[in-house]
Design a protein. Structure first.
Length: 764
């Protein structure tokens, strides 16, 4: 972009409450990801998660001069432009639509239920030799994402490829105005995102609104295409067929199309986060690179690692160059400690404080990685596919256990939003991250939750809270089971304890007196029927008297725990608990003049007893994708447990398998060994044919006794080979299936997964 403030006002409308002429080259909707501050316009979006108006003063202090707002604001600063509109997202969309009108180039608009991003990326691979392509970063296809994507068009663009997704009626009309595609592509339709529409037919009609002004609409058909496909699966062939039709429309000869599709490679759409050597964190996005995708990856890195040293490992950029002013600004504004560059082109123009080293090849860089100190670093790996940067990620990876738990951070965010939509806008949200975040990761999940703007984190023990503080997490943390011997550390790290007895409270106060601390926040636990920890009704008067006499503490909240909120047969008991909580907590509230928050709902309570939200709710297992209530909330599991075959073996009739010879082959068979055993969380009672794992979608029973580190599966007739992936739970077995087979609950399945199992985090 390159617009004056006057043009900006003309494009978006609204009233100028203050005006100072600027040249606008950048747009921001997230205060955490600024690039060129003096030439940036900030749109203060208002969402369920956050209100952008709350960050305006901070942005002014950082040099931003132009703001689009929908609410009144107070600020200190000079030379500021404030444009007042009724809706800031609609204003951003108007800017994008007007920006699109400046370009008389072919634009491909893609929509459908499945395959939008794959088709977009394949078209980019097929056409980038002949066009300078501007495309949607990742899967930016929402009302906001489409607008930000279109604003990436610049004077060098000769082709645009943008995808559009909708979740309810009426959304596509706006996206058509913004993308205004000359070529329409409709990918496979299905039942995905059906809930916002009355019927499949309505959803299809809404999708096709994107193509109202297109010269051609390309859809899947039964027409036979005389090409050799480099794929064998039906989905890839369908997606590739759409790409072929686009190339045919653009005038490409058959021989050239065949040559291009022969070179198509699979698309990795996910940014992978893994633990690295020397307590580092690796963000591996080393499969494709452009300015826009680099900016997204850097934005996410900055959100996670604001106070940590950062290393960028980057390759040349095929459709751009490393000297691009935008790239230089992006790297300089992100405070990288060092940048390691691979390729013939050198990176020039970075600030002197940034260490920049150049390498001709990936192999040369790998040979010298040992000379760099990666202690506590966040390392972003971002490169073009041909540089094979996955080799760098393997070298920097902390451990290489072949069994891994894959965790989908996008699904976690979706689950979080589902529960947020069930609570009132002024109800706070505490998320439980105890027990290694229910087995999914001690640090990575809490970091994302802080970025997502949750109000509180809940842990079981003080040492769990200390780990979070040492990882840079600053939001309030409540400790559910603080031990008196840890109070000094708890206070040092500003952790907030649950208090459940007068003896515990007295021990805490003694430590606070020694440390000369006053008004330290505590959370009072009431016993209402769980019969675990908490003050009983008879103790409340004495508790109030003690609290009034001790200025060292103040009551931040009062809470209790519902024992059976997930069981509709126990509704009468749960309602009795809620009545007791109201009565007991009201006694404490009436004794103090300052405000005290209350919370009682857990995950099942949020679903089944939503009227009792009070000031805060506590979300646990539901965040991780296990539906604990009666209403079948549309949350989905965030994790998949996978292993790989490390050896296969042919057995004869009568051969025995494993310890104790509990399985005897009654015919010739083939078994495969997997590096996972009961020490990894695969309980021993699942062996000897009692549970199936899945190889390429085919069930394979576990045979023999499960060992400490190994299990064996029957792969007879399946052409299994070393390195093949085997799923323990995910697409085929649900976590509930595993829990049922183990005669336990999903909580135990998740928390039993050993910490030696590698956790890999993915984000689109």
């Amino acid at each position: 972009m390159n617009y004056s403030s006057k043009q900006l006002v003309e494009f978006i409308g609204g009233e100028c409450e203050l005006y100072n002429e600027q040249i606008i080259t950048h747009v921001s909707t997230d205060s955490r990801s600024l690039q060129n501050t003096g030439n940036t316009v900030f749109f203060a979006l208002v969402t369920e998660k956050r209100n952008g108006h709350n960050f305006i003063q901070d942005l002014i202090d950082r040099g931003v001069k132009t703001f689009v707002v929908s609410q009144g604001i107070e600020f200190n600063g000079e030379g500021i432009t404030i444009i007042k509109v009724s809706n800031t997202l609609e204003a951003l969309q108007s800017l994008a639509a007007n920006h699109r009108k400046q370009f008389d180039i072919p634009v491909i608009g893609i929509t459908g239920s499945y395959g939008k991003t794959i088709v977009k990326e394949w078209l980019y691979q097929l056409l980038s030799t002949d066009y300078n392509i501007c495309r949607s970063p990742k899967s930016f296809n929402s009302q906001l994402g489409v607008s930000l994507s279109i604003l990436l068009l610049d004077s060098t663009s000769t082709l645009g490829i943008f995808e559009a997704g909708i979740s309810e009626s009426g959304e596509m009309e706006k996206l058509e105005e913004i993308i205004h595609p000359t070529i329409g592509v409709l990918t496979k339709m299905g039942e995905a995102h059906q809930s916002g529409f009355n019927s499949f037919e309505q959803k299809l009609a809404e999708k096709k609104q994107l193509f109202l002004n297109s010269d051609i609409v390309i859809e899947l058909s039964e027409d036979k295409q005389d090409y050799d496909f480099p794929f064998s699966d039906k989905v890839s062939i369908e997606n590739c067929s759409l790409c072929i039709k686009v190339l045919e429309y653009l005038g490409y000869e058959k021989a050239l199309i065949q040559e291009r599709i022969n070179s198509l490679s699979s698309i990795t759409l996910r940014l992978e986060m893994i633990n690295g050597i020397h307590n580092s964190t690796i963000l591996n996005d080393g499969y494709n690179i452009s300015y826009s995708s680099l900016a997204l990856s850097v934005q996410y890195l900055n959100q996670l690692a604001a106070t940590f040293p950062k290393t960028l490992i980057i390759s040349q950029i095929p459709e751009s160059n490393l000297g691009d002013e935008r790239i230089i600004q992006l790297i300089n504004s992100s405070e990288f400690t060092r940048v390691l560059v691979v390729g013939e082109e050198e990176l020039i123009g970075l600030e002197n404080k940034v260490q920049v080293d150049h390498f001709k090849s990936t192999e040369e860089l790998i040979s010298q990685l040992s000379q760099y100190d990666f202690r506590n670093h966040f390392v972003l790996i971002k490169g073009a596919r041909k540089f094979r940067f996955e080799q760098i990620a393997k070298v920097l990876e902390e451990k290489n256990h072949r069994t891994q738990l894959e965790i989908d951070l996008n699904q976690l965010s979706r689950n979080l939003d589902i529960y947020r939509n069930k609570i009132k806008s002024n109800t706070k949200l505490m998320v439980m991250v105890k027990a290694f975040s229910y087995g999914t990761g001690a640090i990575e999940i809490p970091r994302l939750l802080e970025v997502e703007g949750v109000d509180y984190l809940g842990v079981a023990y003080t040492d769990e809270g200390i780990v979070l503080r040492n990882s840079g997490i600053k939001i309030p943390i409540m400790v559910m089971n603080p031990e008196p011997g840890t109070f000094a550390d708890l206070i040092k790290y500003e952790l907030e304890p649950e208090v459940y007895s007068l003896e515990e409270l007295d021990e805490l106060v003694k430590d606070l007196i020694v440390l000369d601390r006053k008004e330290y926040p505590i959370h009072i636990k009431l016993e209402t029927g769980m019969n675990r920890l908490g003050f009983i009704e008879e103790e409340i008067p004495k508790l109030i008297q003690y609290l009034k006499s001790q200025p060292e503490v103040y009551v931040k909240s009062i809470f209790s725990h519902l024992s059976s909120a997930d069981d509709k047969l126990q509704k009468e008991f749960t309602l009795d608990q809620l009545t007791k909580f109201e009565n007991y907590s009201s006694q404490i509230l009436s004794a103090f003049s300052y405000p005290i928050e209350r919370h009682v709902l857990n995950t099942a309570g949020i679903d089944n007893y939503n009227d009792y939200q009070y000031n805060m709710v506590r979300l646990g297992i539901g965040l991780y994708g296990i539906n604990a209530g009666e209403n079948n909330i549309d949350v989905k599991p965030i994790s998949k447990l996978k292993s790989v075959i490390i050896q296969t073996k042919k057995l004869k009739n009568g051969d025995s398998i494993g310890y104790g010879r509990k399985t005897i082959a009654n015919e010739n068979m083939t078994i495969a060994m997997l590096p996972i055993g009961y020490s990894d969380g695969l309980r021993r009672n699942l062996g000897n044919g009692k549970f199936n794992l899945y190889l390429n979608g085919k069930p394979c029973p576990i045979v023999g006794n499960i060992c400490m580190d190994i299990c064996m599966i029957d792969v007879t007739g399946l052409n299994a080979k070393v390195g093949d992936e085997v799923e323990l739970f995910g697409n085929y077995n649900s976590i509930e299936d595993v829990a049922k087979a183990m005669n336990t609950i999903p909580y135990e399945v998740l928390t039993s997964i050993s910490q030696r199992v590698k956790r890999v985090y993915y984000k689109d």
